[in-house]
Design a protein around this ligand. Structure first.
Ligand SMILES: [Zn+2]
Ligand SMILES: [Zn+2]
Length: 281
């Protein structure tokens, strides 16, 4: 049997973010081809002025995004793939009021409610640490410092915000730069993941990590163990910026999740979670 059959990919992008390619229909066709039950579209949500404008849709493009996903939901129904309406929003320290306001506006004026929101930390101290063009700056700050900044922000993000899915929780490993003290890092994550669990935030297994120098799913097996012990629930995301990556390596994600002890993954419909079994395929 197809090991991906009936799974859900809750983290995919569209060309509106300016760094993804392919049409929404091509992403949907790939979901169908791989046997997925759900395709979640979760493009980068518009951010406050001056923040990362080149890598996300503009505020005035949001309605187009919303219509695009609604349209795709209809197409998905015809071929038996459920399309879910999500967004990936960023933690922007000191400017979350603006983000909240934008999120509220995005679900008013007759626009549909999101099925779920993915929360991400892509910047620390104004540094786009995951940008391949900025790898040289890692040397300048030092890996320990960048990890420290990242974990501080991740903790604050989880503590102060409410969202459904924590994305790629150890993204700073992308280019292979690790903290010099792994035990310290695990302790920091223990506090963050416990708190996330208490707030019913799910943890994403993001297979994009397998396609970058880290060569490892986000998060690492160590962190997954902590998440399992903290009773967190999980989702799967490919972070596809190209149609061919929809559902990529979900067989690896499913094996890893089951080896840690999970039997199910979560999907959301207008914020309401439901489970998909990992065992029946
Ligand atoms: Zn991301
Ligand atoms: Zn993403």
């Amino acid at each position: 049997m197809n090991p991906l059959f009936g799974l859900a990919d809750l983290h995919t992008h569209t060309a509106l973010c300016r760094h993804a390619s392919g049409t929404p229909e091509e992403y949907l066709a790939e979901a169908k081809r791989k046997g997925l039950a759900c395709l979640g579209v979760s493009d980068h949500f518009p951010a406050p002025a001056g923040y990362d404008a080149d890598f996300r849709m503009k505020k005035e493009e949001f309605r187009q995004y919303s219509e695009l996903v609604s349209h795709l939901k209809g197409k998905g129904r015809k071929i038996g793939v459920e399309v879910l309406y999500g967004a990936e929003f960023d933690y922007v320290p000191g400017r979350m009021d603006e983000v909240h306001q934008a999120l509220e506006e995005a679900q008013s004026h007759g626009l549909p409610k999101f099925d779920y929101l993915i929360g991400s930390v892509h910047y620390v101290h104004g540094f786009a640490y995951d940008d391949p063009d900025k790898v040289a700056e890692w040397q300048q700050y030092g890996a320990d410092q960048i990890w420290e900044w990242y974990l501080d922000d991740l903790y604050k993000f989880v503590k102060t915000e409410q969202f459904h899915i924590l994305a790629h929780p150890d993204l700073p490993k992308k280019f292979g730069f690790r903290h010099s003290n792994p035990a310290y890092i695990l302790e920091r994550y223990r506090a963050i993941l416990r708190l996330a669990s208490k707030k019913r935030i799910c943890l994403e297994l993001n297979t994009c990590g397998l396609r970058v120098p880290a060569s490892e799913i986000y998060p690492s097996p160590d962190l997954l163990q902590i998440a399992f012990e903290s009773a967190m629930q999980i989702t799967f995301g490919s972070d596809a910026h190209k149609p061919e990556y929809v559902g990529a390596d979900f067989d690896a994600a499913a094996s890893l999740a089951m080896s840690c002890g999970w039997n199910d993954v979560i999907v959301f419909h207008e914020g309401v979670p439901s489970m998909i079994s990992l065992r029946r395929r």
